[in-house]
Ligand binder design. Structure first.
Ligand code: ATP
Ligand code: LTN
Length: 332
């Protein structure tokens, strides 16, 4: 019996934050032994907002090197660049015909991004969730480990899969989002009720995976806390402090309760310093390893070439099944 399949991706569209790490990559690590994992650089999604071409190319490689530096093993998982597997675009086209315009207009991310990029509300932006459904369904994935903000996209993927299966017969595995309780939504350090985002304009709001120790310590020192002086995990009452406890716990492998105990009776200043140190200690070796991998172009190129080849084989099988079901001529 084959292993179950896991699929996830990140867009190479900006500097990754510790939110991206905690909400997604960190959870992938625990799955690679048990599942057949596919992890992509979603560059086709990235171009739904304007990208500088040279930067997009560079960030794609940086993201691949980061996955590996974080501990994703390219021998165990399939790492590849989305645009190198043409079936993503092909399946998205078919799925477009079982998806309604009204559904896409109601998606939260579409509404947010339309507001943010009012001068560029392109068809791709609206079609983003359909391309994401194609990503997941091509590999017949059972689980999709993502942060909380992606729940709606996985839900629509399920709807599309069920709709297609009902209309054309069993074709797709209906996937489930896998969202871990701790760290599903790391908040901004400046506005702790908002999610930390790689596209935030305030540089103090997000800690980037590329930040050096000094920058990390400065950002945590400036992090907004709450009134009072108690270090307690209470997200509604104390969103700032609770966010810092979650970050600390996620970077040290502890639970939020354990972290809370550790800091009982201590002051905010000392607490923030400890959170900063935990993050900087974890990131330093990852950054060094990422830099080393990026210098080894032949190695990275090899990983991505064999990843694309493996992904292609699976994707081709699913697409051929889809074409058969919908009545596309595929030769004699
Ligand atoms: P942008 O803000 O530019 O839209 P993003 O930071 O949300 O980008 P994505 O590429 O959209 O980054 O997300 C990659 C993965 O990281 C997704 O699984 C997403 O759910 C997760 N993620 C993003 N931000 C956070 C966060 N603050 N906390 C937890 N997970 C997050
Ligand atoms: N939209 C996702 C990135 C993404 C993705 C996927 C995640 C593209 N395709 C397939 C899971 C499965 C995001 O994190 N912004």
């Amino acid at each position: 019996m084959g292993k179950g399949t896991v699929y996830s991706a990140i867009q190479p569209s900006g500097n990754l934050t510790i939110g991206n790490y905690v909400g997604s990559i960190r959870n992938w690590l625990t799955m690679q032994a048990e599942y057949d994992c596919f992890f992509a650089m979603a560059n086709m999604h990235a171009i739904t907002v304007r990208q500088e071409p040279a930067e997009l190319r560079r960030r794609t490689l940086e993201l691949a090197a980061l996955y590996i530096a974080c501990g994703i093993d390219p021998e165990k998982c399939t790492l590849y660049v989305q645009s190198q597997v043409p079936q993503h675009a092909e399946l998205a086209w078919v799925l477009n015909t079982v998806t309604y315009v009204g559904e896409m207009e109601r998606m939260t991310q579409f509404k947010d991004k339309s507001q943010k990029h009012a001068d560029n509300i392109n068809m791709g932006l609206m079609d983003y969730p359909v391309l994401m459904a194609a990503d997941i369904l091509l590999y017949q994935a059972e689980f999709v480990p993502v942060g909380q903000d992606q729940t709606q996209h996985v839900e629509i993927t399920r709807d599309i899969a069920v709709r297609f299966n009902n209309r054309f017969g069993e074709t797709f595995t209906v996937p489930k989002a896998l969202i871990l309780k701790q760290g599903a939504k790391i908040a901004s350090l400046q506005e702790p009720t908002k999610k930390m985002s790689k596209s935030d304009e305030n540089p103090n709001a997000s800690v980037y995976l590329t930040d050096d120790r000094e920058t990390i310590m400065r950002k945590f020192k400036r992090a907004v806390t709450d009134s009072g002086n108690e270090i307690r995990f209470a997200p509604d009452e104390k969103p700032g402090v609770s966010n810092l406890l979650t970050i600390y716990a996620s970077f040290t492998g502890k639970t939020a309760e354990e972290a809370e105990k550790e800091f009982a009776g201590k002051g905010y200043g000392e607490f923030k310093l400890a959170v900063g140190e935990a993050v900087a200690d974890k990131l330093a070796p990852v950054q060094a390893e990422q830099a080393r991998i990026l210098r080894d172009k032949a190695y990275l190129g090899g990983v991505l070439a064999s990843g694309a080849e493996r992904a292609y084989k699976t994707a081709r099988k699913t697409l051929s099944k889809v074409y058969r079901k919908i009545g596309f001529y595929q030769g004699e």
